[in-house]
Ligand binder design. Structure first.
Ligand code: SF4
Length: 179
């Protein structure tokens, strides 16, 4: 049984963690389930960049369905919420629950994620959404803080060194931030 499934939103947020786990020869796979990313061209760009990074390190990469309509329904009525607000809680929960369902169906022992890695994110908010999804699916969630242990610095370094595609907004049409 694989040790765990790492949920990734994009290559810039996951690169340092993937590199570390691959070097430590951990038994893990990366899961890309991000119907929040729109438009579809942007989604594909991020997916391919994340896949390329994994392939270069022989890390299994799984991408699930792209279903922005279902995601849109889940956040209906929360369009005007700010980033870190209620819409983001629903968004994290929506993605993590699907990831945990996949983990359960495919024999992974636990799930972790880099959804809270960016300095624009509230890690406690991600952990709360994960806890709810975990209670509902029965799949354990590993709350490791993937910003620590030099990973934030390494992430920035990798983005520069590899010329990685790094987007300037979170993903959904309602996120106005430009990094
Ligand atoms: S800002 Fe980001 S985390 Fe929040 S709802 Fe939009 S895509 Fe999801």
């Amino acid at each position: 049984m694989p040790e765990f499934l790492l949920v990734s939103c994009c290559a810039p947020c996951s690169c340092a963690v993937i590199e570390k786990l691959a070097r430590e020869k951990k038994d893990f796979a990366v899961l890309f389930y991000n119907p929040n990313i729109q438009p579809a061209e942007e989604y594909e760009k991020r997916r391919k960049e994340n896949e390329r990074f994994c392939q270069e390190r022989n890390v299994p990469f799984v991408s699930l369905e792209y279903d922005p309509e279902n995601w849109r329904q889940a956040v209906n009525g929360l369009e005007n919420e700010p980033e870190r607000g209620k819409r983001c809680s629903v968004c994290f929960y929506f993605r993590l629950k699907r990831a945990m369902e996949y983990a359960k169906e495919n024999g992974f022992a636990a799930v972790s994620s880099v959804l809270g890695v960016s300095r624009y994110k509230d890690m406690a908010q991600v952990n709360r959404a994960a806890k709810k999804a975990s209670e509902e699916t029965g799949v354990p969630y590993d709350e490791t803080n993937w910003r620590k242990g030099g990973l934030e610095q390494r992430r920035q370094q990798l983005i520069k060194e590899t010329g990685m595609y790094a987007q300037d907004y979170c993903g959904c049409p309602f996120s106005v931030r430009k990094n």
